[in-house]
Design a protein around this ligand. Sequence first.
Ligand code: AMP
Length: 290
Amino acid sequence: MAEQSQPRIIETAASMRAEVRRLQREGLRVGLVPTMGALHDGHLSLVRMAQKSCDRVVTTIFVNPTQFGPQEDFSRYPRTLERDLQLLREAGCQYVFVPSKDEVYPPGYSTEVDPPAVAKRWEGECRPGHFRGVCTVVLKLFNMIPADVAVFGQKDFQQAAVLQQMARDLNVGMQIKIGPTIREVDGLAMSSRNRYLSPEERQRALSLSQSLNAAQAAVAAGEKRAVTLAAMIGETLQPQVDHIDYVAIADAETLEPVDAIGPNTVILLAVKIGKTRLIDNCLLSPTRHE
Ligand code: AMP
């Protein structure tokens, strides 16, 4: 593989914005991939997606404190900056924005984004304040990095829906793209939090993708009732996980629950295995064939 040069690390909003504007004046398109670091192939797939339609890509690494609840894993969230930079270099990403907490939340800051209705259920109920923190930080990143395109992952399905709606509602002039969920070979959706899992917990975590696959197969075989599918999923998850936060079968746009599988239905799962909270999802279609 050709040796890529080290991405340029930028720490301040002022220099980041100036650099993006300079690139755009040269006629270059800029892509933005927001992350919290501890990068894996899922994140890198978003970088590659941005590269398809952009000349330069900015990846941001910021573990955003405002999207973590008081009982959540902010302080132990994995921070692996050196390795992240190496992976971004190999992926050919040109810029990494690594702001300090004060750069993002200057002293005296008090404005927040009230998330859209699609944030209300599921993650919104289990993690009060989470989407307020996500919307606020992402809108800040949009303002600090006025890119042409921003890319997010389907792995965080509700987050992607919330951010697309926020971008529409608040006239963000940036194209929002959603990249597919990247999985380990055994089906586990890649996540920075997977590294918390012991080998035994990791084995049990396969029940998420297995239950989604079983539901997809049942739908392909003609099952349309959400209640039946939710029960099936629950039966697969129950013996393996320590807590089920929710099994949602919902309209993929509004995320409101549905009774029957339609042309645009999503299954969303959130569980706890040991101390680790994991989410996964899949889109369904009654005409889908495996
Ligand atoms: P995070 O660093 O976990 O906040 O994630 C940063 C971005 O990467 C978000 O848009 C996530 O949805 C996306 N992402 C995380 N895991 C995956 C995955 N397995 N496949 C695709 N995108 C992902």
